[in-house]
Design a protein around this ligand. Structure first.
Ligand code: G16
Length: 581
């Protein structure tokens, strides 16, 4: 192994290797960066940070490898895939070269370097890999001026837990060198195995370029009744659907599974070619950004619509004429109709879970069906432990994530097939199913206000002061009135979660104000923004009888109270939210 000593030398990592001679493994000195703490879902930064800061990517990747015990790493299998955004291929080249130099024995990589987040989870589990890298900044914009990100998932196929991400961060703060095999270049275009001889003891090193669409489709075939779905989607009297891949990674999965296999006509799928900049769009499946879908649903031609984010884990569900199903309601409806999905007929239902800010609509289904309900902090990683322990079957989040225990990531296409299975069984429209649900259980009105790109200090100061205010004993029992509505505080706290499986405690997971009628106001700082801070206010209020009113009208008094208590506009200089969902 050769060591290069000068940290500031310009190092040409594309060293030539002699034909057929073993590839060199180098140890390269580096200096740490202070800002590589993975947030709620990996490390997300502007592309220019990865491009302009010397060895920024290398440092983080080495920190991940170093966090894995050498005995587990040596000769192991790992998975690599991304959502195809700008910098995806450059990052894969570095990861491959560093994986070889760090003793990994085999890398499974998506064809062209592309693999959706749920497919990575599926492939990690299928190949019994020790973990995998997902190159994505999720729903954040892409292209040279956009964001890039790296998520590290572990052997169960889910995001690494906080103990692991803390370890990665600690290593990144003191890193002095990284290992790399700079002469190793893979061909991402050709399916199949490529073998490389290295000069170190960890040889040979193999790379397998796989068709992840097929692995993932196979998983779904064992969950849903594909014959029934095919009849529903392409038989006589088939329903008309519209799926918007927003130029993210899901396009090839939609084309193969929905169009080729289940027979949907070609116009069912739009924006299905993955693009490095997502066609200049913000690949975030909500009413504000999924405009192509929203517009095409308006005239009532399509019965069902869905949009996906860049890496294929978030989904938005729409009915005819663009009837919007909130992610919280979507989760509750799937829970209430769970046996329309053959997988659950076989496995049974072990438990339901939702993240704390998600509306309590699911709680009512859990109560009625006597199925255990878990309330976790925001972040999919908290569901994985429960699933691994056999305690959880279905879960979701207000942030457009829904999934089951077939993998350990939220799964947008799974959510679409879940909905289609329900529609095929119940033979009702999306709107009728949701309205029936409200009639049966009452309705949880829910909204989220996002204040994006707020000054970080202003946002943190506001949250600190708010926490002090709501932690004071005198805050409980305070009454807030807006017009004829009066709300009395029943409980207020900074949400804390104790994992029922391993008793790990996660603190500071959002500030909650819960009123005596069960309504809730929640304040949280986003863990996925890369520009300044994003402040989120979540409002959830239950109505037993008034169920067909407009959400914003119903929640206006609580929104006024939320802004009054936090002084958010005054503290941040904003006059309104950037996005309302
Ligand atoms: C990530 C996590 C989700 C979580 C969301 C919260 O989503 O995977 O489990 O709900 O972040 O986002 P924020 O902190 O901005 O509210 P993704 O799809 O970005 O990976």
């Amino acid at each position: 192994m050769q060591t290069l000593c000068a940290p500031n030398d310009t190092l040409d990592l594309r060293l030539e290797t002699m034909e057929n001679s073993p590839l060199q493994v180098l140890t390269v000195p580096t200096a740490p960066y202070p800002d590589q703490r993975p947030s709620i879902s990996g490390l997300r930064k502007k592309v220019y940070v990865f491009q302009s800061k010397r060895k920024y990517l290398h440092n983080f990747i080495q920190s991940i490898f170093s966090s894995i015990d050498l005995r587990d790493r040596q000769g192991s299998t790992m998975v690599v895939g991304g959502d195809g955004r700008f910098f995806n291929r450059a990052a894969i080249e570095v990861i491959v070269q560093m994986a070889a130099a760090n003793g990994v024995g085999r890398l499974i990589i998506g064809h062209h370097g592309i693999m959706s987040t749920p497919a990575v989870s599926c492939v990690i589990r299928k190949y019994k890999a020790i973990g995998g890298f997902i190159l994505t900044a999720s729903h954040n914009p892409g292209g040279p001026g956009g964001d890039f990100g790296i998520k590290f998932n572990i052997a169960n196929g889910g995001p690494a837990n906080e103990a692991i991400t803390d370890k990665i961060f600690q290593i990144s703060r003191t890193i002095e060198e990284f290992a790399i095999c700079p002469g190793l270049h893979v061909d991402l275009k050709t399916l199949g195995k490529q073998t490389f001889d290295l000069e170190n003891k960890f040889k040979p090193f193999t790379v397998e370029i796989v068709d992840s669409v097929e692995s993932y489709a196979n998983l779904l075939r064992n969950i849903f009744d594909f014959a029934a779905l095919k009849e529903f989607l392409s038989g006589e009297n088939h329903i008309r659907i519209r799926l918007d891949a927003m130029h993210g990674v899901v396009g090839p999965y939609v084309k193969r599974i929905l169009c080729e296999e289940l027979g949907c006509p070609a116009n069912s799928a739009i924006n299905c070619v993955p693009m490095e900049d997502f066609g200049g769009q913000h690949p975030d499946p909500n009413l504000m950004y999924a405009t192509d879908l929203v517009d095409s649903m308006k005239d009532g031609h399509y019965d069902f619509g869905a949009a996906f984010d860049a890496d294929g884990d978030r989904n938005m569900i729409l009915g005819k004429h663009g009837f919007f199903v909130t992610p919280s309601d979507s989760l509750a409806v799937i829970a209430d109709n769970i046996f329309c999905i053959p997988y659950f007929q076989h496995t049974g239902v072990r438990g339901f879970a939702r993240s704390m800010p998600t509306s309590a609509a699911l709680d009512r289904v859990a109560k009625a069906t006597k199925i255990e309900l878990y309330e976790t902090p925001a972040g999919w990683k908290f569901f994985g432990n429960l699933m691994d322990a056999g305690m959880l079957s279905l879960c979701g989040e207000e942030s457009f994530g829904t999934g089951g225990d077939h993998i350990r990531e939220k799964d947008a296409l799974w959510a679409v097939l879940a909905w289609l299975s329900i529609l095929a069984t119940r033979k009702q429209s999306v709107e009728d199913i949701v309205k029936d649900h409200w009639l049966k259980y009452g309705r949880n009105y829910f909204t989220r206000y996002d204040y994006e790109n707020v000054d970080i200090d202003a946002a943190c100061d506001m949250m600190e002061d708010l926490e002090i205010m709501i932690s004071d004993k005198s805050f409980v029992k305070q009454r807030f009135a807006v017009e004829d509505k009066i709300y009395q505080v029943e409980k207020s706290d900074s949400f804390e979660y104790t994992d029922p499986v391993d008793s790990t405690i996660s603190r500071n997971q959002g500030l909650r104000i819960i009123f005596s009628d069960g309504s809730r106001i929640i304040y949280r700082l986003s863990g996925t923004s890369s520009d300044g801070a994003t402040v989120r206010i979540y409002i959830d209020s239950y109505e037993k009888d008034v169920i067909f009113e407009d959400t914003q009208v119903m929640l206006a008094p609580l929104a006024t109270i939320a802004l009054k208590i936090s002084q958010l506009h005054h503290r941040t200089g904003r006059s309104g939210p950037s996005v309302i969902t």
